[in-house]
Design a protein around this ligand. Structure first.
Ligand code: OXT
Ligand code: ADP
Ligand code: MG
Length: 579
């Protein structure tokens, strides 16, 4: 054997075995390096072992029954923590199941990363029929803020870094990360692998507003005779709670919290105009939007809801393109809410002229009038219950337990709970958001319980619960402090519709008297059937005291409720006269 060959064989024999790493370990190391402690997903080819190994490496891996719910858990984890929530799915069908949640996160500006295993490029691109073949990256792109694919182990560090930064920087949103199956088994030198990882520095950099934008905004605000502040879920997400409260209180201006911004200041705060919504939208002359878009939820800033008088809008938002989206913004303030509100506070100086007393009086008296009108409806002890009787009980319990997180979905169950259940702390009301999507319930409840450790009260329409109800097993399996109250009115909107054309049930009704409480008993949880407000009160308090997974079937009068809750006006009307 040539001399050289002998030398290299002896050299190799003498050199220690070079330590190797692989794609599995690099993904896990990259997640841990960037402080990602929890992953929500559903196991299966090619990511089952990734989940097992992540769990073994100390990452908490929550396995769900459907990827959509895992995705909603990841989305709300992003909203609550300002770190990207991570959803892990198999390829094709699992990826598709996660897409609704990815699109929901993007629409609601929640930072989330959907990581899906995928098929091999060379087979997908030749459409040769791989196992679960799908061009996932192409399909995901239009539905999320950014989308990346990693083909080589040495690129995993950069891939995760780009996904993290894209999810949380600027306007937060959903990001798709495509990891083909072959990537996980790719080996590389362990030391080189560690060097290839990237710890993301300052992933969501502060974006300070221009001084002249701040001055312009304050000049417009000072000119107002009837000012209004609208707080949106962006303000809740920003976690600039003290600055926001200080600014609102120093300004003395009435504020209207959007649904998931409730609790930034307590709904019982003297400046809260939540119970005078129509009045303040119609009669205000200057409106300051903080982390709220003038989309359908605010009637696009124009039309009947906003009255005829001219209005000037000031808008604080991190997304410059949001300005003028629906109406002219007289004073755009582009930047992150924490920096913008602090800049406004500094520029306001020690004192600020209170808004005109007649305006404050108008708002306060309308608010008190509406609250007084609703009060008696909350005290009834009817059985079967109506919405207000049941919600009156939950309103008291949430007041006594302000630490609890309220998850809410449905139509009437959503719209009536929003006005009846006051919220006292930021980020304590989690609901359907900008799309009004049904199905967020159990994913949100699990994500909120896992990320915060706080008790969760999920108030669900019986239809809404049906979208994610199988996850009640997941709630029991992880022994989470989740109390689900199903407002069971036997159907969608109500349970009384009749199909006069045949023997099938009407399209919006369910089985009469269904007992959802029996479902959780199959998994060892506590099931209660509540037919009166008193029974409901006892059952919810027992659940919140015990921290036991609990499902309460709250029997609601099937005739209660209106079509689509408070947005029945969005239903198209048929041009054909009914026979
Ligand atoms: O000022 P005025 O006088 O106007 O009064 C206002 C407030 O001042 C006053 N108020 C108060 N008064 C007294 N005290 C207090 N504390 C107080 N607070 C407020 O009350 C009024 C109203 O105030 P509010 O509510 O703040 O204001 P308003 O005018 O309603 O605001 C307008 C909106 C648009 C901002 C608001 O209405 C809103 O945010 N709406 C959200 C609507 C929404 O997103 N709904 C969910 C979707 S509906 C539909 O799509 C459903 N689907 C279809 C479907 C979906 N969504 N997804 C998927 C994947 N598949 C299908 C389905 C299947 S809902 C649904 C299920 C429904 O059945 P369930 O069984 O689940 O539920 P039930 O209906 O219970 O049967
Ligand atoms: P709501 O439905 O409560 O009115 P939206 O979802 O319509 O709220 O609007 C949220 C807005 O907040 C988005 O336009 C988003 O760009 C903005 N946003 C989110 N986070 C921040 C932040 N940290 N700083 C500034 N704007 C933010
Ligand atoms: Mg219902």
């Amino acid at each position: 054997m040539a001399e050289a060959a002998v030398q290299s064989r002896e050299a190799n024999a003498a050199a220690p075995e070079r330590e190797l790493t692989d794609g599995f370990h690099l993904v896990i190391d990259a997640l841990k390096l960037n402080g990602i402690e929890t992953v929500y997903g559903v196991p299966g080819i090619p990511i089952t072992d990734l989940g097992r190994m992540a769990q073994a490496a100390g990452i908490r891996v929550l396995s769900f029954r459907h990827e959509q719910n895992a995705g909603y858990a990841a989305a709300i984890a992003g909203f609550l923590t300002k770190k990207p929530g991570v959803c892990l799915t198999v390829s094709a069908p699992g990826f598709l199941n996660g897409l609704t949640a990815l699109a929901h996160a993007t629409t609601n500006c929640f930072p989330m990363i959907l990581i899906s295993g995928s098929s091999e490029r060379e087979i997908v691109d030749l459409q040769q029929g791989d196992y679960e073949e799908m061009d996932q990256l192409a399909i995901a792109k239009p539905l999320c803020k950014a989308a990346f694919r990693v083909l080589h182990a040495q690129d995993i560090g950069i891939g995760l870094a780009r996904a993290i930064r894209a999810a949380v920087s600027g306007r937060p949103g959903g990001v798709y990360l495509d990891l083909p199956a072959k990537l996980f088994g790719q080996a590389m030198d362990a030391e080189a692998g560690q060097k290839s990882l990237v710890k993301v520095i300052d992933p969501a950099p502060a974006q300070l507003p221009a001084p002249d934008a701040v001055k312009r905004a304050l000049d417009v605000l000072k000119s107002a005779k009837r000012p209004l502040i609208i707080l949106g879920k962006g303000a809740a997400y920003a976690q600039a709670d003290d600055a926001i409260r200080a600014f609102v209180e120093r300004s003395g201006v009435p504020f209207l919290p959007m649904s998931m911004a409730k609790g930034l200041l307590p709904d019982t705060h003297p400046q809260c105009a939540g119970a005078a919504r129509s009045t303040v939208l119609k009669d205000s002359d200057v409106v300051l939007l903080i982390g709220a878009r003038l989309n359908w939820l605010l009637s696009h800033g124009k039309g009947k809801a906003w009255g005829d008088a001219p209005k000037k809008f000031i808008q604080i938002d991190i997304e410059p393109k949001e300005m003028d989206s629906n109406v002219e913004i007289a004073a755009p303030v582009v930047g992150d809410i924490g920096s913008c509100v602090s800049a406004l506070l500094n520029a306001m100086g020690g004192s600020w002229p209170a808004p005109p007393a007649d305006w404050v009086k108008t708002v306060t008296s309308k608010r008190e009038e509406n609250i007084a009108k609703m009060a008696p409806r909350l005290m009834n002890n009817n059985s079967p219950m109506d919405y207000h009787g049941a919600l009156g009980v939950l309103r008291t319990i949430v007041k006594e337990r302000p630490d609890a997180i309220l998850v809410n979905e449905g139509a009437n169950t959503l719209d009536l709970a929003r006005g009846v259940i006051d919220i006292y702390q930021p980020r304590k009301r989690l609901d359907v958001g900008t799309w009004g999507v049904m199905g967020i319930g159990m994913g949100y409840a699990i994500g909120a319980a896992v990320e915060t450790g706080k008790p969760v009260l999920a108030v669900e329409g019986d239809s809404a619960f049906g979208f994610s109800g199988m996850e009640i097993e997941t709630v029991c399996r992880y022994k989470l402090p989740v109390c689900v109250v199903i407002f069971n009115n036997d159907g969608i909107y109500r349970g009384t519709d009749v199909n006069s054309a045949g023997s099938d049930p009407a399209t919006t009704v369910f089985i009469k008297g269904a007992r959802y409480d029996k479902m959780i008993e199959a998994f060892g949880g506590v099931g209660v059937n509540a037919t009166s407000p008193d029974e409901l009160k006892r059952a919810v308090n027992a659940a919140m005291d015990s921290g036991q997974p609990t499902l309460i079937n709250a029997v609601i009068d099937p005739a209660a409720g209106s079509e689509s809750g408070r947005i029945g006006n969005l239903n198209p009307k048929s041009a054909v006269r009914k026979k």
